[in-house]
Design a protein around this ligand. Structure first.
Ligand SMILES: Cc1ncc(C[n+]2csc(CCOP(=O)(O)OP(=O)(O)O)c2C)c(N)n1
Length: 358
């Protein structure tokens, strides 16, 4: 683990500290509060989504409580836009804080949970937090784990060929790295003469559903598996936004400037179990929001009423989003295969046969 942030955030005078962290890795108070607010919005949203899955306003929940610190820092540093000049995002189903950091309103996430036809990510037909957003290069998130790893070298290849500093960011859980797709990513990102600007991020929460990481992987860290390919890596405490911010910054900088891959492994908590299928009970793991709030209070950057206002604001946004999304229309039968297959010239040759095979 490279760095622990902060050494001594506690203000020694009655004046607020200018920020959190150490001399080498320091975030201003304004940046800390921006990250904190995003983390709170993501948490409030996810906790309500869990309730929706239990109340019949939705049917299944999976999401990112416990990954907010790292994911908010990731979203704030992405070069966001459409096309290869911008970063491509091959995310997983625990990245809601990243999307909020990019500017997504909660309503978009709630519409997917409520299976509303207004859901722009999947027309109300996919699981929650399975985002797809062309304008931000968010490649559709699949519930088939691992496949993002094998798609990532494709967008990175285009980015390398066209020039510019756009990079490809691929995110997955630790258990998913046991899939062959992860190895394919390592191999295709490091072909001789064609190494690619892929930032590989492994969110290590210690489990794949109920399989403990220690029972599956024989190496000490997932990044050790990148070393034989010459891919540098770093393990970071993903529950702490300060080292996370700087590890992401270094990793992005490496990929942007060298046009080569890098691997980051973030150690995070899984605060509500795997999904609603395991009941989504609260786990007794470290909570990144509580940890950050303690430090912000100690540094006198904000007081308790300040936190209350931030939580209330997030709650109000979520209440309004739920009230709206549950009233909106559901998909129609004819929506079932809309946007599933892109039109192609073969359609005219073999009308009605999507495979294009004779
Ligand atoms: C190809 C495939 N195999 C199995 C599953 C079932 N499955 C869904 S999530 C999951 C565990 C994923 O664990 P990890 O990659 O560590 O991510 P986490 O959910 O812990 O964030 C499994 C096995 C699946 N969706 N797709």
């Amino acid at each position: 683990m490279r760095s622990k942030s902060s050494t001594n955030d506690r203000a020694t005078t009655s004046r607020p500290a200018p920020g959190l962290g150490s001399k080498d890795e320091f975030l201003t108070a304004a940046r800390c509060l921006e990250i904190h607010r995003l983390m709170v919005r993501a948490r409030v949203m996810e906790e309500r989504l869990i309730k929706m899955s239990k109340s019949g306003e939705g049917y299944f929940w999976i999401g990112g409580p416990g990954e907010e610190a790292f994911n908010a820092c990731l979203g704030l540093q992405i070069k966001c836009g459409q096309g290869p000049a911008y970063d491509f995002l091959h995310l997983h189903y625990r990245n809601s804080a990243t999307l909020l950091a990019l500017g997504m309103p909660m309503l978009e996430c709630v519409r997917q949970m409520a299976m509303a036809r207004t859901d722009t990510h999947s027309l109300g037909r996919n699981f929650p937090s399975h985002f797809a957003k062309k304008e931000w290069n968010v490649v559709p998130i699949s519930s088939v784990i691992g496949i993002q790893w094998v798609k990532a070298p494709g967008t990175a290849h285009v980015q390398k060929r066209l020039g510019g500093d756009g990079i490809t960011i691929v995110v997955g859980g630790d258990a998913g790295t046991a899939e062959g797709d992860f190895s394919s990513c390592l191999i295709w990102s490091t072909r001789p003469g064609d190494r690619l600007p892929v930032l590989m991020i492994v969110m290590n929460n210690g489990y794949g559903i109920s399989t403990a990481h220690s029972s599956q992987h024989s190496c000490a860290a997932v990044i050790d598996r990148a070393a034989p390919f010459g891919i540098p890596g770093e393990v970071v405490d993903g529950n702490d936004p300060i080292p996370s911010w700087f590890a992401i910054r270094r990793a992005m900088q490496h990929c942007r400037t060298t046009r080569e891959p890098f691997m980051l492994e973030a150690k995070v908590s899984r605060l509500y179990g795997h999904s609603s299928s395991s009941g989504a009970p609260r786990a007794g793991e470290p909570d990144c929001i509580a940890l950050l709030e303690d430090r912000l209070l100690n540094a006198r950057i904000i007081d308790r009423p300040g936190f209350d206002a931030i939580h209330a604001e997030a709650q109000a946004e979520m209440d309004a989003a739920v009230a709206q999304a549950v009233r909106e229309p559901k998909p129609l039968p004819e929506d079932v295969d809309r946007f599933v297959y892109a039109p192609s010239p073969v359609d005219q040759v073999y009308p009605g046969d999507y495979t294009g095979l004779p």
